[in-house]
Design a binder for this molecule. Sequence first.
Ligand code: ADP
Length: 228
Amino acid sequence: MIEMKDVYKKYPNGVIASNGISVKINKGEFVYVVGPSGAGKSTFIKLMYREERATSGSIIVNNTDVTALRDQKVPLLRRQLGVVFQDFKLLPRLTVYENIAFALEVIEQQPTIVKEKVMHVIAKVGLAKKAQHFPHELSGGEQQRVAIARAIVNKPAVVIADEPTGNLDPDTAWGIMDIFHEINQDGTTIVMATHNKDIVNSLRRRVIAIDGGEIVRDEYGGDYGYES
Ligand code: ADP
């Protein structure tokens, strides 16, 4: 599903945030990406959805070589990938329904199908009653649920999440993790950068630990592994 080979990323300021990373993530896996601040977790994730371009090496995501992808083709890639951020990134002037439909409508024209798909994912994240609310009328956890619904509405093969519980209290974070695990059980590959030690240690999955731009540990059913 995702394969990185000898990936280097050097930022214009000279920082090497990915120092020869090679890794393979198979379809249906759930992967936590852990490591201290500045380790290169976000860069690892941004390279996958082509927010950043690798300096060298190859990155294949769902049969697409994202390193060779032209900028105009990036939106096409983004429809095969759902991305969830720490700060939700919802459009403030659009309702819950519209935020999600916006992600879909570009490719899906028929209004009845749009409605069916949007309402399906809204129900999946438990927000059926809030479809007509605006983001500022929702709690942080609810906003993140909307962001997840938006990420999965195109039925992507992979969902990538960068610290999705970073702005949420522990109880809310658990609710969000439950949704990610449900999505994973439906067969979607999940790659999640996180600092949430409790979650990584309780819901054991593959753990890729990054430090200094390198993978320092890659373990199935691993624990969080360091004090932060
Ligand atoms: P993490 O997500 O683990 O905190 P990052 O991938 O954000 O780590 O950062 C890895 C390193 O790259 C850090 O030293 C950071 O300062 C640097 N870095 C990240 N983004 C940029 C950027 N856009 N320009 C320059 N340096 C960056």
